[in-house]
Write a protein that binds this ligand. Structure first.
Ligand SMILES: [Fe+2]
Ligand SMILES: [Fe+2]
Length: 183
C-alpha cells in the first residue's frame, strides 16, 4: 500500500527556504483540520502527518539551522530552542500514535495536545527564526538552503520516518544526546 505523499513544500513554485518551510507549516495545519474531522480516515492522515512532521524537523535541523546560526549568530538561542520544541512535538506525536482506535476520546485529547505543541512551535519559528532569516540572509543563500532542505525532506519522507517505532527511537536518541550534553 503506497502512502499519499504530503503536499506543502514539494508543491510550491519557489526555492526560497523560508517559503518552503512556510508551505509545510500550512500543510501541517491542513492535516490537523483533517484529523479533527471524524469522517476522515484519521489513521491515514496521521501517518501522513507523522512522516511530514519528522522529515520536516530533521531537514531543518540538518540543512537549515546550522547555516542560519552561521549567517545570523544573533538568532542562536531561538534556533537552540527550536530543537527542544521539535522533541516536544515528537513526544506528543508518539503519545497520539499509542491510541489505536481513532474514535476514542483519548485520541481527540492527545490530538489537541499535539496540535497545541506543534502550533506553538510553528508560531515561534515563523516569528523568531524565519522572519530573521528573511531579513539577514540573502536570496541566493536562501535558495541554496531551500534546495538542500527540500532534497533532505523528500529523501527522509521516502523512508517512512513517522512509523511509531522510529518516532520512539528518535525521541530516545535525542534524550540521550541531551543528557550527555548536560554531562
Ligand atoms: Fe518548521
Ligand atoms: Fe521547526
Amino acid at each position: 500500500m503506497t502512502q499519499p505523499q504530503p503536499g506543502g513544500a514539494s508543491e510550491i513554485d519557489s526555492r526560497d527556504v523560508v517559503e518552503l518551510i512556510l508551505a509545510d507549516h500550512r500543510e501541517f495545519e491542513r492535516l490537523f483540520r483533517a484529523l479533527r474531522n471524524r469522517d476522515e480516515n484519521r489513521q491515514a492522515r496521521l501517518r501522513e502527518l507523522a512522516d511530514l512532521l519528522v522529515a520536516h524537523a530533521e531537514a531543518e535541523e540538518r540543512e537549515v539551522y546550522p547555516e542560519l546560526k552561521r549567517e545570523a549568530p544573533q538568532d542562536r538561542e531561538e534556533i537552540a530552542h527550536s530543537f527542544e520544541e521539535h522533541q516536544e512535538g515528537h513526544e506528543a506525536l508518539a503519545a497520539l500514535q499509542e491510541i489505536s482506535d481513532a474514535d476514542q476520546d483519548t485520541f481527540e485529547e492527545r490530538l489537541e495536545e499535539l496540535v497545541e505543541t506543534v502550533t506553538h512551535h510553528l508560531d515561534e519559528e515563523e516569528r523568531d527564526v524565519l522572519n530573521a532569516a528573511r531579513e539577514n540572509v540573502d536570496v541566493a543563500t536562501r535558495e541554496r538552503l531551500g534546495d538542500a532542505f527540500l532534497q533532505a525532506r523528500n529523501d527522509i519522507i521516502a523512508q517512512s520516518p513517522g512509523e511509531p517505532e522510529k518516532v520512539r527511537e528518535l525521541i530516545a536518541t535525542a534524550r540521550d544526546q541531551d543528557s550527555s550534553s548536560q554531562g
